[in-house]
Ligand binder design. Structure first.
Ligand code: AMP
Length: 119
């Protein structure tokens, strides 16, 4: 069940401000409020999708393509497409997902090190 009052739903409705990085018909990207790296931008679908699972099951091919393309556009806008960056998608309880609206973390602006458990 999608929670219409989750924080990203409220951002999408304009009830809570965000620092917008990119927007198109299907996606919105904005700065993470608690950046872990010099570049830390969140890319979300505008549709009501709780998680990776929900998105893969229910989103249209157009929405899925738009989100993936938006990730690369955000990396370019933030100047890390050539230097490299990490994309993290926490999914569900054991995946450490806190906000129940699918979001891709785009992290970079410095070497982020080997892939490991992030505390
Ligand atoms: P996750 O643990 O993958 O669900 O990540 C949730 C992310 O949302 C965290 O990195 C938070 O810092 C971020 N976050 C929470 N509230 C806001 C907000 N109002 N604006 C921007 N980012 C937020």
């Amino acid at each position: 069940m999608y929670d219409d009052n989750n924080i990203f739903a409220r951002i999408l409705r304009g009830e809570i401000p965000c620092k917008k990085v990119y927007e198109d018909e299907h996606t919105l990207a904005f700065e993470d409020i608690n950046p872990r790296t010099p570049v830390h931008t969140l890319v979300i679908p505008k549709g009501k999708y709780v998680s990776t699972n929900d998105f893969a099951d229910k989103a249209s091919d157009t929405e899925i393509a738009a989100l993936m393309r938006a990730v690369k556009k955000v990396a370019a806008l933030k100047g890390v497409d050539a230097s490299g960056y990490r994309v993290i998608v926490n999914t569900g309880v054991e995946g450490g997902q806190e906000v129940p609206h699918l979001h891709f973390h785009v992290l970079g602006g410095r070497a982020v090190g080997p892939m490991t458990v992030l505390k």
